[in-house]
Ligand binder design. Structure first.
Ligand SMILES: *[C@@H]1O[C@H](CO)[C@@H](O)[C@H](O)[C@H]1NC(C)=O
Ligand SMILES: *[C@@H]1O[C@H](CO)[C@@H](O)[C@H](O)[C@H]1NC(C)=O
Ligand SMILES: *[C@@H]1O[C@H](CO)[C@@H](O)[C@H](O)[C@H]1NC(C)=O
Ligand SMILES: *[C@@H]1O[C@H](CO)[C@@H](O)[C@H](O)[C@H]1NC(C)=O
Length: 346
């Protein structure tokens, strides 16, 4: 096994995202494929495939209207994070795995992310059975089918980029709505342990060599959190109007994730680990929305009335408050393509 891959852990804030993806990684064409795992911020059609003929607002307008002009199963008005990574690496958009699970050759990679996915097993969460472990199972089946021999497997993964997340947000959300918002954040180490375990599994069993590992968003600035966990105490809000302790919770997750990356870095020095700082990239447009052409960054573009436009869910009869390009939040829980683009490209 070659060990010429340089060791580096890169902390990405807004400007370095541009440098890393557009010049460093993009120009060197290091990565022929992307394999991605994660949740709502990354799903490009796996969830709507899984539910089959069942109805879902994610199958209908206004989802997808901005870029695709039709709903694609993305939880946004247009492209999501993985689409912008593919574009930055000059690859075609990465297909969701499930529609072609048994036949696809995935020359540019595949996306395993599913709406509602958690890092931990389903027993912690009733909303979605498609946790990271399930996504890993799909991944191993695909690799066994496309590159059955060990050497082929290692070769296949050696020039691929693995995007590991966003993941964890649904573990926390389900924990909070179950009425256990506890400031000590005692489920965080468990979530981090799962993420760390799956990264190590990909390194050891399939020879993955490069990872992009995103941290958690400032969830205290999300319309859905702001309306559900509204507080009458002004001290619960920061100067931007975000719920302080949810952001502190995200920061605790992020510190522990960074430590986990440090441990992996020491154990596997020939693996390249890129820490993608979504938290600070998001805070840029929360602090200075006008610089990005965004109005109020805390309110949903699609929904209903109320201080955060969340009195109704976003669906075919919901209210659209304006051009999604002027909003960061799409439907209360998910961001607009505009916001995802800022996060990836700056
Ligand atoms: C479709 O909806 C029905 C009724 O809610 C449910 O029992 C079933 O599991 C769903 N099917 C899928 C594939 O999600
Ligand atoms: C990763 O390891 C290298 C040395 O092997 C070190 O220079 C670097 O600081 C480490 N990064 C982190 C985040 O631990
Ligand atoms: C990112 O945000 C955290 C929390 O606000 C802060 O402590 C840290 O210094 C920021 N990192 C960078 C590189 O700006
Ligand atoms: C949209 O959601 C609202 C509830 O927020 C519901 O009353 C309405 O029937 C839904 N519209 C469609 C087209 O599903």
């Amino acid at each position: 096994m070659s060990s010429h891959v340089s060791i580096s852990v890169v902390v990405i804030v807004l400007v370095p995202v541009v440098l890393l993806l557009n010049s460093h990684v993009g120009l060197c064409s290091c990565y022929k494929r992307i394999f991605s795992f994660g949740d709502d911020s990354m799903d490009t059609g796996n969830f709507v495939h899984l539910i089959g003929k069942n109805a879902s607002k994610y199958k209908e307008a206004p989802y997808g209207n901005t870029f695709f002009r039709h709903a694609t199963g993305r939880m946004s008005d247009g492209r999501v994070l993985i689409d912008f990574y593919a574009q930055a690496l000059k690859l075609p958009l990465i297909p969701p795995i499930l529609p072609e699970k048994d036949s696809g050759h995935f020359p540019h990679g595949a996306n395993f992310a599913v709406f509602g996915a958690t890092a931990r097993e389903q027993l912690f969460y009733s909303g979605s059975p498609w946790c990271l472990g399930t996504q890993m199972g799909w991944f191993h089946n695909m690799v066994d089918r496309i590159a059955p021999r060990d050497a082929a497997k290692k070769q296949f993964l050696s020039d691929s980029l693995v995007v590991m997340g966003g993941i964890g947000g649904n573990d926390y959300y389900s924990y909070f709505i179950a009425g256990k918002p506890s400031k000590d954040g005692n489920i965080i180490p468990d979530v981090i342990a799962y993420i760390e375990h799956f990264i190590e599994e990909l390194i050891c069993s399939t020879g993955a060599k490069a990872f992009l590992i995103p941290n958690n968003f400032p969830i205290g600035c999300f319309a859905s959190y702001l309306s559900r966990f509204h507080s009458d105490n002004p001290e619960d809000y920061d100067e931007h109007g975000c719920l302080r302790w949810f952001n502190e919770f995200s920061q605790t997750h992020n510190e522990q994730l960074y430590s986990a990356i440090g441990r992996i870095n020491i154990t596997y020095p020939d693996v390249k680990l890129i820490y993608a700082d979504y938290y600070n990239a998001t805070m840029e447009f929360i602090k200075n929305p006008g610089r990005f052409g965004i109005g109020n960054p805390l309110v949903a573009c699609c929904g209903g009335d109320g201080p955060y436009h969340t009195s109704m869910e976003c669906n075919g009869t919901a209210k659209l408050w304006g051009d999604p390009h002027h909003f960061a939040n799409w439907d209360g829980m998910h961001m607009t393509e505009k916001a995802y683009n800022i996060i990836v490209e700056g």
